[in-house]
Design a protein around this ligand. Structure first.
Ligand code: FUB
Length: 435
């Protein structure tokens, strides 16, 4: 009955959000594991929540369930609802709030969702059951998922990752870092075929391993607390069981001091993408994080180019969407951004243009027809000129004490363009622009 209810919740809790970075805007989300299924990308993150009454650790990670999200265009993300809940898994301590980084992969036509959680205390003993790895199985990536009655025998700890090699063989990768062959039914591992990865730094915490393959090379990537907070680093090998060689850092520390990072890498329609997290919607508490994504590129020798996190993120934005200029590709001449509402950070950001020449550029906008009108949600007094690829297409006069829509005529072109807003006079705040 409980599982039936969970399926019903999953079936109705569908919400579509349109996003740049962060890509998930209706809740906190962390530790994203992305999976390509056909022409969609599914993201299985963990779900940070502010600590409720029955969880005493107000300064720590607090995670009670998992949601799954998907997108076909990397811009519109659908929340398929909750798929696994700490209260619904027989072996999980229902008040442990420790559903940390998960992973999901397809095997024999079914989807196997691997998740760590705090196990119920062992009967007759005083101590807890420790962190174990559980599996929930579904026919479709969006669920509904049915959790196994028991956790996997063997692996203990957090951050399970499942890697599927070209021959279909699955491997469980755990922090340590170890790679262990999965048994045929994917419900256990064959511990006689296991390898400890060499080359991994021995100083500073290493967690969240994510193994992927590109151009016949194995990339063992992992968050690493090199100095004060986590960077993303990697080792490379020609064979699944190594030898692996340390290749360095491909994502630097978050400048604002967000302590963790955790990631996954996919190739979707020929482009590589990195999914990771950062505490955008919780600037004062880095245990409430949000999933972001950016493009990833390789050097000619197969090493990974350093990924620079952007606000613009990935995907092509249709011109008739509310284009969030505060998620800019480039900004200059004194332009800045600020939260719209510091009482509710999920309201997002605004762009502040306060002197002539201040600008923000937002790249890759698809105009399905030549734009004739621009709508700007803004406040203040001033004139904002709009450009396509450096060519001025018109301007909008803004004159309002509170956020209101202002319209202006433009004469632009159809096709894929970079959009730029430049303040010509006055001082304004912009929430979004639409064509
Ligand atoms: O989200 C909780 C933990 O923080 C993850 O399991 C780690 O990888 C780190 O991101």
């Amino acid at each position: 009955m409980k599982r039936f209810l969970l399926s019903v919740v999953s079936a109705v809790a569908i919400l579509t959000v349109s996003a740049q970075n962060p890509i998930i805007r209706d809740q906190f989300s962390a530790d994203p594991s992305a999976l390509v299924v056909g022409d969609r990308v599914f993201v299985f993150p963990s779900h940070d929540i502010p600590a409720p009454e029955d969880y005493p650790r107000k300064d720590w990670f607090c995670m009670a369930d998992y949601h799954v999200f998907s997108s076909s265009n990397l811009i519109d993300w659908t929340d398929h609802g909750m798929i696994v809940d700490q209260k619904e898994v027989p072996w999980v301590n229902s008040t442990s709030y420790s559903m940390w980084a998960p992973d999901c992969k397809e095997h024999d036509g079914k989807y196997y969702f691997f998740f760590p959680a705090g196990a119920k205390p062992v009967e007759g003993q005083r101590w807890g059951g420790g962190n174990r790895v559980g599996i929930a199985i579904a026919d479709k990536p969006e669920g509904p998922y049915t959790p196994q009655e028991k956790y996997m025998e063997g692996p203990m700890g957090i951050d399970p990752c499942i890697f599927v090699d070209d021959d279909g063989q699955g491997y469980l990768v755990m922090p340590g870092i170890t790679i262990t062959k999965m048994s045929e039914d994917w419900l256990s591992t064959d511990r006689s075929v296991s390898h400890r990865v060499e080359g991994v730094p021995t100083k500073g915490l290493v967690e969240g391993p994510y193994l992927f393959k590109a151009n016949n090379k194995y990339y063992m990537t992992f968050p690493w607390a090199r100095d004060s907070t986590e960077v993303l680093a990697y080792c490379m090998a020609d064979n699944i069981f190594g030898p692996y060689e340390f290749k360095g850092v491909f994502f630097e520390e978050h400048p604002n001091g967000c302590w963790t990072n955790h990631h996954s890498v996919i190739n979707f329609k020929g482009q590589w993408y990195l999914f990771y997290h950062h505490n955008d919607y919780s600037p004062n508490f880095d245990k409430n994080r949000s999933v972001c994504a950016d493009s990833l590129f390789f050097n000619a020798d197969g090493t990974i180019k350093v990924v620079k996190p952007t606000l613009r993120g990935i995907g092509i934005t249709p011109s008739n969407y509310q284009i969030q200029l505060d998620r800019y590709s480039e900004i200059g001449n004194g332009a800045s951004i600020a939260y719209l509402n510091t009482e509710n950070y999920f309201d997002g950001w605004k762009l502040l243009l306060s002197k002539a020449g201040a600008f923000a550029q937002y790249n890759t906008v698809q105009f399905s027809k030549a734009p004739k009108n621009a709508t700007v949600m803004a406040k203040g007094n001033g004139v904002v000129a709009l450009y396509q690829d450096g060519v001025k297409i018109g301007s909008v006069n803004i004159s309002s004490d509170s956020f209101a829509v202002a319209n202006g005529s433009v004469k632009g072109k159809k096709g894929l363009h970079h959009v730029k807003a430049v303040l010509e006079s006055g001082s304004v705040e912009i929430d979004w622009v639409q064509f």
